[in-house]
Design a protein around this ligand. Sequence first.
Ligand SMILES: [Zn+2]
Length: 339
Amino acid sequence: MARQKVWRSRVGGSDTATAPHPGTPFIGVDVGGTKILGIVTDGITASIRDRVQEPTPKNPERFADGILAVVGELLDRVPGVAGIGVGVPGLVDHAGVLHYGPNVQGVLGLDIAGQLMRRFPLPAVAENDGYLTALTEHRLGAARGHDHAIIVTQGTGIGGGLIVNGQVLRGANGFAGEPGHMLIDRFGHRCACGRVGCWEAVSSGAGLANLARDVAAEGKAPGILTAAGGDPAAIRGEHVAQALAEGSPEVEEILARFSWWVAQGIGSLIALLDPSIVVLGGGLSAIADGFIDQVSDQVTDAIVGGRHRPVVPIAAADFGPEAGAVGAALRARDFVING
Ligand SMILES: [Zn+2]
């Protein structure tokens, strides 16, 4: 209800909103730590009519300007847009305010939806990017038909969304669904959020690099170390992906450790939420063939009573880098109809 009040007070929406005509365009924007992707769809399907991609401004004070520029360019190109949805990586409340995001340091208390509505005469809504990815996979992708599902996106960090009783879970403040910052290893690696031992620090792209550095420091990945210029600290997820693509046996130990950690986190989530499917998406999907079977094998032992309950399938996401933007457009259309 808070969202409806915000929108109506700013753009004067009526209490009897009617569904936009099918085919009406909506803008969906996904803001990442490095790039901003804006697309135009019908807000119902994933059919993309137009797209703009720009780098995310390095300066946090220019962060909103980057989003406004992408939206402005799409509005110049596509007539008749009826609403704007934006996904951002961080804690977004029910009113669309981004409170904090570990991968967009320095952006605090930003009212993105409000800024969009002041600049453009259109309804606008902002959400957590993991929420929007979950919306896309639930409505159009791998979690379709599942009333209880966990969607985990493994990119630079970990994002996610939880489907509970057929809805993406919001929580009291809108902050639900951040599995990446569950504490999983008190003596583990430092996370982008500043704490030590988050699941993200061993199960995202950055986590994969952390584990590769461990293995290299033990002298077990000389080829990867050489590819990184001889400095373990310079090893990144890309070096692991490259070694995997080349069929190097060095990645086996790294992926075995990685799979184990991924499985521990998923096991905890399954124990908590009892889903009928777990969907893995995000940038690491490109190398998921290298670990998803190992994760599936190990999840059973990572759940309480794992051998006395139905197997929960671990599936690859149907959507790739556009999942968040597609979900943003879905959400924009929902917002115009329902607030
Ligand atoms: Zn963290």
